[in-house]
Design a protein around this ligand. Sequence first.
Ligand code: ADP
Length: 304
Amino acid sequence: EILCIGSINMDLVMVMDHLPEPGETVVTDNFNTYPGGKGGNQAVTAAVQGAKVTMFSKLGGDGFSKELLEKMASRGVDTSRILMDREKTAGIAIIRVDSKGQNSISFTPGSNAFLMPGDILENSDLFVPGRILLLTMEINLESIYHAIRLAGQHGMFVIVDPAPAPSRPFPADIPPLVDVIKPNESEARTITGVEIKNKADAKVAIERLKKMGFKLPVITLGDKGLVACIEDRIVEFPPLSVECIDTTAAGDVFSGTLAASLAQGCSIERSLELANCAGALSTTIAGAQTSIPSPERVRQFMDK
Ligand code: ADP
């Protein structure tokens, strides 16, 4: 069982010939809305992979919030504990994409920014031994640290996907309460100060994460696969060869699959292999929650 805490957003995407200058109106008939947010993407991924997932997050009183809730529930996530603040609107990203693929994005976190430490404490019954806590960082940092401490008190297994990476160091008590920390290259650099260009750099960053007290650091390296440290052994997972067309949410699909596989009793090595495979497959399809591969496809691809 997984408790996922993180952001839920709606992406409003218009594809157009060119991006508008200030004062200009560009007309297009290419418009779509896509559910997103790192928390939402990871919760849906874990549910698609067959895990039982409860989402804890905050949405607003607008139509987007209602739609986001319904869509997430339709993909198997338990949304009954998501808080709805009528005074707020959902997190919204307005994304314009031109014919060359360049984009311009404006974003408001909306209700996501109002999930407060008090909300976590009021819902502390969600924190129970045996559950996995899956966290991303697009919400209030103090709330995240509260959640990690509560999880620690209940002996929960904690996975932190530090995206976006906090600019200030983690409070000293936090790293030892985290079982898996899974930054990508740029997040690992923000947290450790190590510029990561190759696997050797990633290993140096892993050593730093271990020194900070993180038990099991995993650094994902995009098309170079990933490096992890399992019980003091550095383990490399080579990338799977795929026809990559869009890397959006590869990291989210990776984390969601990792959590689901661990929840289903797989070893950490096997879970990382499955996550590596799911992350790679997600890049062969455009979009975020549209690109989550089925568990059958993941296993088929891995056994090839
Ligand atoms: P993020 O989306 O957070 O930046 P990464 O780009 O590191 O995360 O991707 C996460 C994981 O997805 C990688 O570790 C790898 O397993 C898989 N992946 C991403 N891009 C590719 C690719 N081009 N080919 C194969 N696997 C990929």
